[in-house]
Design a protein around this ligand. Structure first.
Ligand SMILES: NC(=O)c1ccc[n+]([C@@H]2O[C@H](COP(=O)([O-])OP(=O)(O)OC[C@H]3O[C@@H](n4cnc5c(N)ncnc54)[C@H](O)[C@@H]3O)[C@@H](O)[C@H]2O)c1
Length: 436
């Protein structure tokens, strides 16, 4: 099949590379000329494990290419995917659909054949109807089919998620949309990926309901962690104790500094806006959003409290800045609020992140970026693990502590056992466990 991908960000690039790996002929389009230039020179604009070799192999095979030019990319395409950003609209939290509608308008003006247009971006219920209207008004007489195919990949594990998805959701209003999408994903049926075909609005809703549920699950265990600290219980054992119940499931039960990233914060807000517009209260999601917002700064205060309640003039070394490991994505990362809380309290902050520092540095200009965890810890009064990168799971604790001014180890991801940290003379503070 011939596929065009409009938007070559995390989702567009990974989806485009994987579709081409299935054997389809894929052209990825982006307005950002520097991104396309980098890709054409073999450089990845994002950090995602395995992406560079996947892209290189499919470019070499002649199945994958990159361009800023929409017209040749969509000429003769069987399916055109829209995978542009849908960030929070400034000021009100609604999804900003200007990129999606902009892409639809460009398609209406450019396509000279009937085609299936698929929204892969996360969009509020009813967006497909509006895309259809734009295409009808902009290209009268054309019979485009507009479908929804929400994406569930996780950054850091994106290729595996795309190639071995838990499910594929197709929202179609006509037989053509369903048939073309079934054909696009046919290579995955051989792996028996379940495919769920629904009406378009239902598919749009599934994506938001999934993200809101996962955000709520994380927030639930974070609040249980706080209660564990107050009553002397161990949240990791509680998480295991409930997660082994098949009705609950073990995933997304890791207590930590709160969720961040490019999806959960903006998608929960957008869902709440849809609910408000329709006068349907979603109290659980409201509580989740509020609890998570408060939690991020609370984590900064937790570090300060561990330092005796006063961080003025002291140095805190942060290990990890990205919202999760194996990505350089800094969007809505808890580290942003933690850094601000520490700086507001008069602390000096150093940091090391294996992949995120280039993007993080301009977002936190007062933080001193270092070239290793050990360099960040030099002279520090506390180290705090913010992101559970593998590189932080087996630190040489003797070396780490040897140059510190005070040996305090705050583990906001619960990746160390207290006894192994204490053995090297550290005081240990973690999440959802007794203070010491
Ligand atoms: N990042 C994730 O993990 C993830 C997972 C699932 C779903 N999603 C959803 O997928 C969508 C895309 O997310 P992302 O993280 O890939 O965004 P991104 O910001 O990384 O990429 C979007 C790209 O679209 C380009 N673009 C915008 N308008 C364009 C146009 N008219 N023509 C060509 N290119 C255009 C931008 O230049 C940018 O490169 C969002 O709706 C997001 O919610 C993201």
């Amino acid at each position: 099949m011939k596929i065009a991908m409009i938007g070559t960000g995390y989702v567009g690039l990974v989806s485009g590379a994987c579709f081409s790996d299935f054997g389809h002929d894929v052209v990825c389009v982006d307005k950002d000329a520097s991104k396309i230039e980098a890709l054409n020179a073999g450089r990845m604009p994002i950090y995602e494990p395995g992406l560079d070799s996947l892209v290189a192999a499919n470019v070499a095979a002649g199945r994958l290419s990159f361009t800023t030019d929409l017209a040749p990319a969509v000429a003769g395409a069987d399916a055109v995917f829209i995978a542009v950003g849908t960030p929070s609209r400034r000021g009100d939290g609604h999804a900003d659909l200007s990129y999606v509608f902009g892409a639809a308008e460009e398609l209406a003006a450019t396509l000279d054949h009937d085609c299936v247009i698929v929204t892969k971006s996360t969009v509020p219920v009813g967006t497909g109807d509006e895309v259809e209207r734009i295409l009808r008004d902009g290209a009268p007489g054309r019979l485009h089919s507009v479908a929804s195919n929400p994406e569930f990949l996780r950054e850091g594990a994106a290729i595996g998620d795309f190639k071995r998805p838990d499910r594929i959701v197709i929202g179609a209003e006509d037989a053509q949309g369903e048939a073309v999408l079934r054909e696009v994903y046919r290579p995955l049926f051989l792996n028996e990926a379940p495919i769920l075909v629904t009406r378009r609005r239902t598919a749009e809703m599934i994506k938001y309901a999934a993200n809101a549920f996962l955000a709520t699950k994380i927030t639930f265990i974070n609040e249980i962690a706080d209660l564990c600290e107050a009553v002397g219980a161990e949240v990791q054992d509680v998480a295991r104790g409930i997660g082994l119940d098949n009705r609950i499931g073990a995933k997304f039960l890791h207590a930590g500094p709160g969720y961040g990233g490019s999806c959960f914060p903006k998608d929960t807000l957008a869902l709440l806006k849809t609910a408000q517009d329709n006068e349907v209260p979603l109290r659980l999601v409201e509580a989740t959003v509020q609890a998570n917002d408060l939690r991020k700064r609370a984590m900064g205060r937790k570090i300060i409290q561990a330092m005796g309640g006063n961080a003025r003039g002291k140095t805190v070394a942060l290990l990890g800045l990205t919202f999760k490991p194996n990505t350089d994505d800094m969007r809505d990362s808890p580290s942003l609020a933690i850094v601000q809380t520490l700086l507001d309290a008069g602390a000096r902050v150093t940091a090391y992140d294996p992949e995120g520092m280039e993007i993080a540095a301009p977002m936190m200009p007062d933080v001193e970026m270092k070239q290793s965890a050990y360099a960040a810890a030099e002279g520090a009064h506390a180290v705090a693990i913010i992101t559970e990168w593998d590189a932080f799971r087996a630190l040489d604790l003797a070396r780490l502590g040897s140059s510190m001014a005070d040996k305090l180890f705050v583990d906001l991801r619960n990746i160390y056992r207290r006894d192994e940290v204490a053995r090297h003379g550290f005081r240990h503070i973690a999440i959802g466990t007794r203070a010491e």
